[in-house]
Design a protein around this ligand. Structure first.
Ligand code: SF4
Length: 210
């Protein structure tokens, strides 16, 4: 009976190249077939352990542009060790462009010893600089979200227009704009759009255009 390989497995092994083969043949000596090489001259490669063997697999979306290609992130602890296209994602069918393939570099850097390590300079906390201050203060998300809500309400209350200069009903504020995200899906974009429209925000754009 022929072994069954799903479409997802097929693309996964194809995308991983030798690593994908290693998933199947780890610890086995492999002799690749080169068309014009006599059999006794064929080189033999010893396949090492697969680097993603113990990694956690998380499905996500590329954050760079508006195509929204699906990806699978392999991580160990807080370190991303590999990223590849997600063959289950209907937008991209497992494909990614070279920019998306380099996404792992957002999480890691190459140190002076030419070793890849976690990028400690990434901002992962809420940082707030008060008006007129030269210092950044670390805040928690509860504080930040409450502060954002307060400021949105204040700005909307102060700038809301029911009618324009011609007396036409507009129910809008032009003092707030919203930048969308390539990292969220259609449904999340729909909800965000509804929220902004319900506030009367008409200036909506997307960070992939910036
Ligand atoms: S940057 Fe490349 S991989 Fe990322 S969403 Fe755009 S096309 Fe896809």
């Amino acid at each position: 009976m022929k072994p069954k390989i799903s479409r997802r497995d097929f693309l996964k092994y194809l995308g991983l190249g030798t690593a994908g083969t290693a998933a199947l043949l780890e610890g086995v000596n492999v002799t690749p077939a080169f068309a014009s090489t006599p059999e006794d001259k064929l080189p033999t490669f010893e396949l090492g352990p697969l680097k993603i063997k113990k990694a956690k697999e998380t499905a996500s979306v590329c954050a760079y542009c508006g195509c929204g290609c699906g990806l699978i992130i392999y991580s160990e602890g807080e370190r991303v060790i590999h990223i590849e296209g997600d063959p289950d994602n209907p937008n991209s069918d497992g494909a990614m462009c070279c920019k998306g393939m380099a996404l792992g570099d957002a999480n890691t850097i190459v140190n002076a010893k030419r070793k890849r390590e976690l990028n400690r300079q990434r901002a992962i906390d809420v940082l707030y600089r008060a008006p007129g201050s030269s210092k950044w203060e670390k805040k928690d998300w509860d504080w930040a979200l409450t502060e954002i809500a307060k400021r949105v309400k204040k700005t909307r209350d102060e700038t809301f227009e029911e009618k324009d200069e011609n007396g036409i009903t507009v129910n809008r504020t032009q003092a707030i704009c919203h930048i969308g995200s390539a990292s969220i899906d259609n449904e999340e974009n729909y909800i965000m759009h509804k929220l902004m429209r319900s506030l009367g925000v008409i200036n909506l754009d997307h960070h992939a255009r910036l």
